[in-house]
Ligand binder design. Structure first.
Ligand code: MG
Length: 218
């Protein structure tokens, strides 16, 4: 079982499910030709695909279009079902930065057929995370900037406040559909600027005051 750490706390959480939100920034929905959703668009990754900063992302040979997506990640600390907004907010135990690695060519084929995105989103090392900063130590303002650098070149740069659905709203919504448990992670969607990455590339994703990931593509 994979574990994530809360910085400065010595607390570890065994990772449960990884719930991901798609199309949560208007400009990113537009750049892929998608409509802005009325409700959060939700998909899952298994915890077995998790990788950590410093580990490589392995590009599967059945795809020729691997994309990076830098995202704010929420660590759930309380069991919640049908949470009201205050309970949803209280259930967030930490914030981290993540990479939702995506096989865009595979996803486009699956979308055309009306099939689930599973094979485009769930491959080993397809979810990379940093350590998490405790919500006891840091209050998110949404003025923080999320950035991604590809081989040192800036590719994504956006304020978290540009999220359509904010963290507590996302937790509230997901908990109305499935129970969230301590150790679950929520990827909250990526801003515009996603793109292709190839073997040998170096990716750095960071959110000010929260964390940083470095990885290479293998
Ligand atoms: Mg994503």
């Amino acid at each position: 079982m994979k574990k994530v750490k809360l910085k400065n706390k010595g607390t570890e959480f065994t990772v449960g499910k990884i719930v991901c939100v798609g199309r949560n920034y208007v400009k990113h929905a537009e750049e892929l030709g998608n409509e802005t959703p009325e409700f959060p668009l939700i998909f899952l990754k298994p915890s077995s695909v998790l990788a950590f900063s410093g580990e490589a992302v392995v590009h599967p040979d059945y795809s020729s279009e691997l994309h990076y997506e830098a995202e704010l990640v929420l660590l759930i600390k309380n069991r919640v079902k049908n949470a009201v907004l205050a309970e949803a907010s209280e259930a967030i135990g930490g914030y981290g930065v993540g990479l939702d690695m995506t096989l865009r060519d595979v996803q486009n084929e699956l979308k055309k057929k009306g099939h689930p995105w599973t094979l485009a989103k769930c491959f080993d090392s397809s979810a990379v995370v940093s350590d998490f900063i405790s919500t006891e130590d840091y209050s998110l303002t949404l003025e923080e900037t999320i950035k991604l650098y590809l081989n040192g070149e800036p590719r994504q740069n956006e304020k978290l406040k540009k999220m359509i659905f904010k963290p507590a709203e996302i937790v509230k919504y997901i908990s109305s559909k499935m129970t969230l448990e301590p150790g679950d992670l929520i990827f909250t969607g990526t801003p515009a600027g996603v793109g292709k990455t190839v073997r040998g590339d170096k990716l750095v994703a960071e959110i000010e005051n929260i964390g940083l990931i470095e990885t290479i593509i293998k």
